[in-house]
Write a protein that binds this ligand. Structure first.
Ligand code: ZN
Length: 201
């Protein structure tokens, strides 16, 4: 076997997730993208990444039911799977869902901003975001250029956790690295959140 054959062979065994760039062994029974399904409706996660996501959520539920850290787990995962419009169009995802995927990124970045910059208790974040959405801010109209590097950790690091305490610690670290990766958007996110505070007064 030549070196090129070997490289080709390895490439056929692994797949890189379009979103988080984590590399997974290719699953044999691949679940295709299903438009409108709640899991991976934006199409930017590889099937292997989505399966990992679902397995961790099962483990989380087993360990702790519906813990507060669930919020950060979802936020970290979401901002590491930003829209890639060209790729989404190739998959046949409709514009409504692409717009929703852009809005979704900003929602999850706002959540991370509230958690890390405002030290808001995780249980209060969803309510705050619901308020921002109620005001009707057009998050999908903000220009979105995701960073090339989305953080030093991915869901693969979370998969390795062996108990709930470890899981919590790792999710905090993962979410922080994902938030830091979006540094160019920190000011925009702060402005969006502040403008809602002004509206509220
Ligand atoms: Zn991924």
């Amino acid at each position: 076997m030549t070196r090129i054959d070997l490289v080709n062979c390895i490439q056929k065994m692994f797949r890189t997730c379009q979103g988080c760039k984590a590399i997974f062994p290719i699953m044999k029974n691949e679940t295709p993208f299903i438009e409108g399904s709640s899991v991976n409706r934006y199409g930017v996660s590889s099937p292997e990444c989505i399966v990992t996501f679902c397995k961790i959520l099962e483990k989380e539920q087993e360990w702790a039911g519906y813990p507060e850290i669930h919020r950060l787990f979802i936020d970290a995962y979401a901002v590491q799977h930003p829209p890639c419009i060209e790729y989404q169009k190739k998959l046949g995802i409709n514009q409504r869902l692409i717009d929703a995927s852009i809005q979704s990124i900003f929602v999850h970045l706002i959540a991370l901003y509230l958690a890390f910059e405002k030290n808001m208790p995780l249980r209060n974040i969803s309510k705050r975001i619901a308020y921002i959405l109620d005001i009707g801010v057009k998050l999908e109209s903000i220009e979105l250029k995701p960073p090339n590097h989305l953080g030093d950790m991915t869901i693969v690091d979370i998969r390795k956790t062996a108990n709930f305490k470890e899981y919590e610690t790792m999710v905090w670290r993962w979410a922080k690295s994902a938030w830091d990766a979006w540094q160019e958007y920190h000011t925009i996110i702060e402005q969006i959140t502040r403008s809602q505070e002004v509206t509220k007064q």
